[in-house]
Design a binder for this molecule. Structure first.
Ligand code: NAP
Length: 267
C-alpha cells in the first residue's frame, strides 16, 4: 500500500496523530541504528529516536560529526540514552558487520529493533559524464550498503520475531531525472530491495517500510546545486520534519504495515 501526504488537511491530521503517538511512547529497551547519522536527515532521525528508545547507534564516515551528534543527544536527554557512535562506511561489508557486532555486544541481540537505512550520496552528472568511480560510489553506498546492513541485522530481528527496517528513498526512486541516472538507478534498486524483503519477512512480524522524499534542505542539496539551495531552502522539506515522519512510521504499527511506503514531497 502506498500512502501519499500531499494535501494540507491530511498533514494537519497527521501532525495531531504524531503528537498523540509520541505521548503514548515511553523509552523502550530497544536499539535503533541509523546509517549516515552524522548530519542531515539521519542526524535528526537519531535525535528524535533517542526520545523513544534506550539505545541509539550513530554512524557515518566522519568522526567529528558523529561525536557532535552523540554529544547533542547526551545533552538533550540528561545522559538517559545509551549511545554507540562509530565510524562505518556502509559500502564496506567488514565495517558494517563490525558495527552491528559492536551494537549487539554493547546492547544485546534481543534489543536490536530499528534500522534506518539512510546513508546516501548523489552526483549531478549526465550519464556520459559519470565516471566508473562515481557510479560505484553511488550504487555501493545507496544500494549495496542497504544490502550489507539488512543482511547483518536481519538474523537478530528474525530471532526476536520483531523489528522495523525503514529505507530512506527519493522521488528519484520512482521516476527518472536528467543528470541523475546513477542516483535513480540506486534508488529504484532500493525500492525493489525493500518490496522483495517485505515479502520475505512477512511471517516474522518484521516491518519493511519506505519513505520517498522530495527536496530536503541538507548538505546533499548544498553540494548538488548550491545556488538553487540558497534560493529555495525555505521552500524545501526540513530534515526535522522528515525525521518526525520517519519516527511516526516506525512506532505507529497500526497505520504503517509491512511493505508500506509514504511519499513526502512538499513541506
Ligand atoms: N536531501 C534531499 O533532497 C533528499 C531527497 C530525497 C532523498 N534523500 C535521501 O536522504 C538520505 C540522507 O541524505 P541527506 O539529504 O541527509 O544528505 P547529507 O546531509 O549529505 O547526509 C548524508 C549522510 O550519509 C552519510 N554517508 C554518505 N556516504 C556514506 C557511506 N559510504 N557510509 C556511511 N555513511 C555515509 C554522510 O556522512 P559521511 O559523508 O561523513 O559518511 C551523512 O551523514 C540519502 O539516502 C538521500 O538519498 C535526500
Amino acid at each position: 500500500m502506498i500512502i501519499t501526504f500531499l494535501e494540507m488537511s491530511v498533514s494537519v491530521n497527521q501532525s495531531k496523530e504524531s503528537m498523540d503517538i509520541s505521548n503514548q511512547i515511553n523509552r523502550q529497551n530497544k536499539t535503533a541504528i541509523i546509517t549516515g547519522s552524522g548530519r542531515g536527515i539521519g542526524k535528526e532521525t537519531a535525535i528524535q529516536l533517542a526520545e523513544h528508545v534506550a539505545n541509539v547507534v550513530v554512524c557515518s564516515r566522519t568522526q567529528n560529526e558523529i561525536d557532535s551528534v552523540v554529544k547533542e543527544i547526551e545533552n538533550a536527554n540528561n545522559n538517559q540514552v545509551n549511545l554507540l557512535g562509530s565510524r562505518c562506511d556502509v559500502s564496506v561489508s567488514s565495517d558494517v558487520n563490525s558495527l552491528v557486532q559492536s551494537a549487539v555486544d554493547k546492547f544485546g541481540s534481543e534489543t536490536i529493533e530499528i534500522l534506518v537505512i539512510n546513508a546516501g550520496v548523489a552526483f549531478d552528472k549526465k550519464l556520459l559524464d559519470t565516471t566508473e568511480v562515481e557510479w560505484d560510489r553511488t550504487i555501493n553506498t545507496n544500494l549495496k550498503g542497504a544490502f550489507f546492513f539488512t543482511k547483518a541485522i536481519l538474523p537478530h530481528m528474525i530471532k526476536n520475531r520483531s523489528g522495523v527496517i525503514l529505507n530512506v528513498n527519493s522521488g528519484a526512486g520512482k521516476a527518472g531525472f536528467s543528470d541523475l541516472s546513477s542516483y535513480c538507478a540506486s534508488k529504484f534498486g532500493l525500492a525493489g530491495l525493500a518490496e522483495s524483503l517485505a515479502l520475505e519477512v512477512e511471517s516474522y512480524d518484521i516491518r519493511v517500510l519506505t519513505i520517498f522524499l522530495g527536496k530536503v534542505a541538507t548538505k546533499m542539496w548544498q553540494d548538488y546545486d548550491y545556488s538553487y539551495y540558497e534560493k529555495n531552502k525555505n521552500k524545501m522539506l526540513s530534515p526535522q520534519k522528515v525525521a518526525t515522519k520517519i519516527v511516526e512510521m516506525i512506532f505507529d504499527t497500526k497505520n504503517y504495515k509491512n511493505g508500506d511506503s509514504v511519499e513526502l514531497y512538499y513541506p
